[in-house]
Each structure stands twice: as structure tokens, then as C-alpha cells.
Design a protein around this ligand. Structure first.
Ligand code: F6R
Length: 583
């Protein structure tokens, strides 16, 4: 992943970029660095989170009004100071930052070494600086050198380059990794994502694949790498406000985003019903329907599948990285519903591209405005959750569910709107949920059980707990435990059960009884207490279909507090980053 930012204007670039790096940290936090031009190119970089590295290196000592910066999620090359970006050429006159993967870097590195280039890092990215140097040495302009260098690269990249010989511009290139320009007055920004410059500008130009942008303080020119023609800039107004990208008094983005859900649910429900009806009609008419998504979005899709099934519409859910298993079933009589918070998940983008090649119609349910998926889908339904910065997805999940409910069961719209009040009620139970977190904080394993729509809920609960508390967790259908996993239940193992009084209540309770008989510690969530539970948290009554939305607040808060009690930072889970833009 990685987050990149470039600034050119009359402010101190290091100060602007330091702030932007904090906003992009959700994309990676292994190391951080920046380079600015101040008579010559100067850089500082090192391993660790932005603020820690800044404490050591004081980025703001770097003067100059143009610069590029990077926060890294390591893919090629370990987490070391040398592997941190930015990377220079041999002369120190070219510097780059990169997000993505250069697949042929070993081959290029060998060629460049044979030409006498010396490398300082193990990264794939460093080859780009040396390639640009090679073409500059041959007498090319900076722009032509970048174009020729990019022509040699295979893989995915969002690249920013600065050259001391032409320090009035940043050159940016995009292929398969996101880049967006923030348009200012006498200054411009280029970043992996909008929050990086939201404080300064709400005017954005999303680069398309194969775009190359030449950005000066007063002008932006965009060319297509393949046609070499200048493109018309399409400036989009971003209706996110600055507070949405700040913690606004919450200790973590994750908690803030959990608490935003009554509002974001209402926002997600504010849809053009005609458009949703048309999408549903296309789904009904298609011979095959595939939901494709990853992680949390995949769990949302599993709920979508069950909602459609209740209306007699068959569909399948496919994990994005597994799409190849079904791609030969995808044809022009297929509808693909791609679900994604970011709209930039590499596996999903590939799945959608391949599905389109086979003639499928693709609808996407997305949060990220201007994201790649919105451009390659036939139509996009936005969930309007605002920026989701916590690495663990929260409000995007409930937003995705809201859209799926509304599309499959528009008759529930009024009840869904009132549900936002019930979510408020659940948020008030924060203290009770924290007490449950205290009970499980030292557990080695936690199990979540649910049936029907609450089975994907259990899967999402387990994912949330795992990724931020690092406790092993599993979600499963309540009736499935006895087919194997029951062997793992012994005295005191926490088992959480989503047990609303719906058509599956008795079967769910029978799964809980099996756990009880083996000594498991049972924590139940529902609208009516049952004696099997050692502990029970009562939730407000709603329609049987809608409990997943209510339970979501519980497991999100539970995961959050378990993470806190174990001394973790829930906004920065180890080894993870948001927006998985690499395969
Ligand atoms: C988990 C989480 C991930 C994402 C997954 C897909 O909390 O955030 O599992 O859901 O990487 O990302 P999007 O939805 O952006 O495609």
C-alpha cells in the first residue's frame, strides 16, 4: 500500500507534508520519509510511525516549498531505514516515492548495475530513480526521462518524482495505484488519498490509469502515457469536511467511526431509490449474480446474498482474490456486485476488469469517491460514509449493509431509518461492552456463533477482534460447532452468541447448550435473555432481519476495548494497512 504526498506552492513543504503523512498513515506505518528541494534535494527518513520518526529527525527543519513524502507498508525489502522512501539516484539529483509493486525490478536492477548504478536499498522502488537518471544522462528532459522510465516498468505504481535540475515541478504517474491531485490557489497537492490535502483544498482531480501529471505551483497538465495526448482535467468537488478526517476529540479514529454510525447509516439510506430498483431489476434478470469483495466487505456481501435469497434471487459470494475460480462462469448474462470501502482493493479491481472482459455488467457499492472501481464499474452506488481512516473497517460495513437492505428490501426503509436511533442506544451501552472486553482480554481463543444473517455477523465479529486485539477468533454458524470445532471448547473458553428472538432462536440456543455442556463461557446478545448464558447483553427489539446492524455496534466496541486493554493501538494494527492496493 503506502501513502504518498507531494506539495508545491509557497508554504513550507515539510510542514504541509508532515500533516498529510499523519492523514495517510492508515495506508502503512512501517517507515516514513520526505525529500524537499532547498537549493538541492534534501531528505530525511527512518523506520517507525510518523510522529516517532519526526521526534527523531524533525522533518520541519527541511526548508523549501516543493517536496514529496511517503509512509510505507513494506512489501519488497524489510523494514529498515535504507528501505524507507524516498529513494535517490546515484547523483542525488533525482528522488522518487512509490506506492505499488515493480514486478520486473530485479531484471532492471541488474541492467542498471551493469551500467554502473549503485543501490542503497532492497526495494523494488529504487530502480525508478536510477532509470530516470539513466535517461537524463542521455540528454532527455525530466518529463521525457520519466516517461521513458515508466515505459520499462511492469507492475503497479503511483509514483512521484522530483529533479533538482527542474525543481519547479513534480511529475506524477499512475498505473493501478491511486493518485489524486488537490487543486489549490498558487499551490497544488498530489496524494494517494483526499484526506492528505482536505485541509487545504476540496477540489480534486483523480488521475486515471496511465495518466502522467506535471504539477507546478500554478498549473497542472495531465497526459495519457499511451496516446501522449494532453487530457482534459476533470475537477471534482469533494463534499467531505475537514472534521471528518480528524479525530475530533476521540482517542482513536476507530472509536470515532464507530460512533458516527447512526449518522452514516442515515447517509447511506439517502439513496436514489429508482437507481436501486434498476440495479435490482438487472440482478433479477441476470442468469448469474456474483458478489465479489474482500475482508469486511466480503462479510457484507454474504448478508447481501441472504437478503436476495429471501426475495427468491440466487447469487454467490466470491472472495476477490479467488475470482479466478468462477471467472469462466462469468459472461454477458452475469451481474457482478463489487463491494468495497476504498474502491482500490487490487484483487477486486482485477476481478472486476476480468468480469467486464467476459461481458458482465458490474455494479459497485463503494465509499471512496473517484476511486478506481467507480470508474471501471457500469454503475456505482455510494454509501456516503465519509473518510474511513481507522484501519479496521467499521462504518463502511454498516453503510454497505444499509445499501444492500435497501436494494433487496426497500419496504424496510422506514424501519432502517428508525434503526439509527437503536444504534445510538447501543452506543450508550459502551460501558457494559467494555466490561465484557475485560473478561476476554486474556483469552487465547474466542468464538462467535450466529445463524442465518447473524452467521456473516459472527464472521465479521471474529475478523474485527483478530485484527486489532490479536486474539485468535472464529465465527461460525451456531449449528456447525458440533461438526468439529466443539473439540476446542473447554472450561472457560469465551463463546459469544448472537441470539435474537427470530426464526433461528431455538437452533441458536441449542448450539449454545452444546458449548455449555463442555464448560465454555457463554456470552449472549439478543432481545430476550435465555438462562443458558453466563452473561447477557440485551439489545433493542427490531425486525428479525435487521439484528446484524445492532450486533455490529457490540462487536466493534468489544474489539476496540479488547485491543485497548491489551495495550494495542486499534488504529494501527500490526502488519496491516488499509486499502490493499497490491495483490
Ligand atoms: C477489515 C478490513 C479489511 C477490508 C478489506 C477490503 O477491518 O478493513 O478486511 O474490508 O481489505 O477493503 P475494501 O472494502 O476497501 O475493498
Amino acid at each position: 500500500m503506502c501513502g504518498i504526498i507531494g506539495y508545491i506552492g509557497s508554504k513550507k513543504a515539510s510542514s504541509v507534508m508532515l500533516d498529510s503523512l499523519r492523514k495517510l498513515e492508515y495506508r502503512g506505518y512501517d517507515s516514513v520519509g520526505m525529500a524537499v528541494f532547498d537549493k538541492e534535494l534534501r531528505a530525511r527518513k527512518g523506520i517507525g510511525r510518523v510522529d516517532l520518526v519526526n521526534d527523531r529527525l524533525d522533518f520541519q527543519e527541511l526548508k523549501g516549498n516543493v517536496g514529496i513524502a511517503h509512509t510505507r507498508w513494506a512489501t519488497h525489502g524489510g523494514v529498515t531505514d535504507d528501505n524507507s522512501h524516498p529513494h535517490f539516484d546515484c547523483t542525488g539529483k533525482v528522488v522518487i516515492v512509490h506506492n505499488g509493486i515493480i514486478e520486473n525490478f530485479l531484471e532492471l536492477k541488474d541492467q542498471l548495475k551493469r551500467l554502473g548504478h549503485g543501490f542503497k536499498s532492497d526495494t523494488d522502488s529504487e530502480v525508478v530513480a536510477h532509470l530516470i537518471e539513466k535517461y537524463l544522462d542521455l540528454g532527455n528532459t525530466f518529463y521525457d526521462s520519466v516517461i521513458k522510465s515508466v515505459g520499462e516498468l511492469k507492475g503497479s505504481f503511483a509514483l512521484l518524482a522530483l529533479y533538482a535540475g527542474e525543481p519547479d515541478k513534480i511529475i506524477a504517474v499512475r498505473k493501478d495505484s491511486p493518485l489524486v491531485i488537490g487543486v489549490g490557489e498558487g499551490e497544488n497537492f498530489i496524494a494517494s488519498d483526499v484526506p492528505a490535502f482536505l485541509k487545504h483544498s476540496r477540489k480534486a482531480v483523480f488521475l486515471k490509469n496511465h495518466d502522467v501529471a506535471v504539477i507546478t505551483k500554478d498549473a497542472i497538465s495531465i497526459y495519457n502515457l499511451e496516446t501522449c495526448r494532453e487530457e482534459v482535467k476533470q475537477i471534482q468537488r469533494i463534499d467531505w469536511n475537514v472534521e471528518q478526517a480528524e479525530k475530533t476529540g476521540f482517542p482513536h479514529f476507530m472509536l470515532k467511526e464507530i460512533f458516527e454510525q447512526p449518522t452514516t447509516l442515515r447517509q447511506a439510506l439517502n439513496q436514489n431509490m429508482q437507481k436501486l430498483n434498476n440495479t435490482l431489476r438487472e440482478i433479477k434478470q441476470a442468469r448469474r449474480v456474483y458478489f465479489i469483495a474482500a475482508g469486511t466487505s466480503y462479510h457484507a456481501s454474504m448478508i447481501g446474498k441472504q437478503l436476495l435469497a429471501r426475495k427468491g434471487i440466487g447469487s454467490e459470494c466470491v472472495i476477490a482474490s479467488e475470482y479466478k475460480n468462477i471467472i469462466n462462469m462469468v459472461d454477458d448474462d452475469t451481474v457482478v456486485v463489487a463491494i468495497s470501502q476504498s474502491g482500490e482493493t487490487a484483487d477486486l479491481i482485477e476481478a472486476v476488469r476480468e468480469s467486464k472482459k467476459n461481458g458482465a455488467k458490474v455494479f459497485s457499492i463503494i465509499n471512496g469517491p473517484g476511486s478506481t472501481l467507480t470508474r471501471i464499474s457500469d454503475d456505482t452506488i455510494y454509501i456516503y460514509a465519509g473518510p474511513e481512516i481507522g484501519v479496521a473497517s467499521t462504518k463502511a460495513f454498516t453503510g454497505q449493509l444499509a445499501v444492500l437492505y435497501l436494494m433487496a428490501m426497500p419496504e424496510l426503509k422506514d424501519e432502517l431509518i428508525t434503526l439509527s436511533n437503536k444504534l445510538e442506544e447501543m452506543l450508550k451501552k459502551e460501558g457494559l461492552i467494555r466490561r465484557i472486553a475485560e473478561k476476554i482480554r486474556n483469552a487465547n481463543d474466542v468464538y462467535f456463533l450466529g445463524k442465518g444473517l447473524n452467521y456473516p455477523t459472527a464472521l465479521e465479529a471474529a475478523l474485527k477482534l483478530k485484527e486489532i486485539s490479536y486474539i485468535h477468533a472464529e465465527g461460525m454458524p451456531a449449528g456447525e460447532l458440533k461438526h468439529g470445532t466443539l473439540a476446542l471448547i473447554e472450561k472457560g473458553v469465551p463463546v459469544m452468541v448472537f441470539a435474537p428472538k427470530n426464526e433461528f432462536f431455538h437452533e441458536t440456543i441449542s448450539g449454545a447448550q452444546e458449548v455449555k455442556a463442555r464448560g465454555g463461557y457463554l456470552i449472549g446478545f439478543g432481545d430476550e435473555k435465555h438462562e443458558v448464558f453466563d452473561e447477557f447483553l440485551k439489545v433493542p427489539k427490531t425486525l428479525p432481519e435487521l439484528y446484524p446492524l445492532i450486533f455490529t455496534i457490540i462487536f466493534q466496541l468489544l474489539s476496540y476495548y479488547t485491543s485497548i486493554l491489551r495495550g494495542n493501538n486499534p488504529d494501527f494494527p500490526r502488519n496491516l494497512a488499509k486499502s490493499v492496493t497490491v495483490k
